[in-house]
Write a protein that binds this ligand. Structure first.
Ligand code: PLP
Length: 268
């Protein structure tokens, strides 16, 4: 039977994602964020990237049956209260993750639809987008696209706020319970406005825009903080506020590491 992981013990979260050898994004960002937010982090590795703050130099996917094996090993012993997916790379890995998500009936599944790294490297094969929308999103409690990811998912350009809402509705129609369309990639704004759509209404989460080169791993860190909040038993809106504050503080107080676009500070 399942131990009381939300009782006197520490809540457990699972990240299913890729490794960033540079430590700023992917599994490394997720585990650091979980730790920072007092959640015990576990992981299932989907791919190994050779990467630093300057970019992705190589991608080596893990066989899908090994991803399944890692998920089972964690799920059958550590009973994660919330699960996050990041870089999934291929349709085959997405199918394997979706099959396990359905098997375990995960109630807190956060899907960060990671597609392309800031330097342009593909972290999700183009032909895998269909598997993501058809197989994984119907099982997810929340999906966290940024604007370019929402454009890739819906096949439409997004310039105005009404186009953002249109895209959120479109993504919601694939069966995901909540869409968080992040506004950090919209240029020329005083505020970064994240839009939450729950199928009936929109809620805006705004914060001042931060102009910094230290943006590597922001998407991973935001979704990991959201997952940590859910693992701790927060409502989605509370967990979103936690994630928004966490990423804001990280962006405004960056670490001076690496000569590229720098990691997000996890000690904000
Ligand atoms: N590498 C891995 C393994 C990731 O999961 C992600 C997440 O989006 C990235 C790189 C992207 O990094 P960046 O924030 O620099 O685009």
């Amino acid at each position: 039977s399942q131990p009381d992981s939300l009782g006197p013990g520490i809540p457990v979260a699972l990240t299913i994602a890729g490794s960033d050898s540079g430590g700023g994004a992917g599994i490394q960002a997720d585990l650091k964020t979980f730790q920072e937010l007092a959640v015990f982090g576990t992981s299932a590795l989907t791919a190994v990237t050779a990467q630093n703050t300057k970019g992705v130099h190589g991608v080596h996917p893990i066989p899908a049956e090994s991803v399944t094996g890692q998920i089972d090993a964690v799920a059958e012993d550590l009973f994660p209260a919330a699960v996050k997916t990041g870089m999934l790379f291929s349709a085959e890995i997405i199918e394997a993750v979706a099959e396990r998500a359905a098997h375990y009936g995960w109630q807190n599944l956060v899907v960060d639809p990671v597609m392309i790294a800031k330097g342009g490297a593909r972290l999700l094969q183009t032909e895998a987008i269909q598997a993501l929308t058809a197989r994984l999103l119907p099982l997810a409690s929340v999906v966290t696209p940024n604007i370019p990811e929402a454009e890739a998912l819906t096949g439409r350009t997004i310039a105005t706020m009404s186009e953002r809402k249109e895209a959120a509705r479109h993504i919601h129609s694939w069966g995901v319970r909540h869409v968080v369309l992040k506004g950090g990639h919209a240029g020329n704004t005083a505020q970064a406005i994240d839009l939450l759509y729950d199928g009936s209404g929109f809620t805006e989460f705004a914060a001042p825009w931060v102009d910094t080169r230290h943006t590597h791993g922001t998407g991973c860190t935001f979704a990991a903080a959201l997952t940590a909040g859910l693992a701790r038993g927060m409502r989605l809106d509370e967990a979103l506020l936690l994630a928004k504050r966490f990423i804001q503080s990280a962006l405004t107080d960056p670490l001076e590491i690496g000569s590229g676009h720098g990691p997000t500070n996890h000690w904000g």
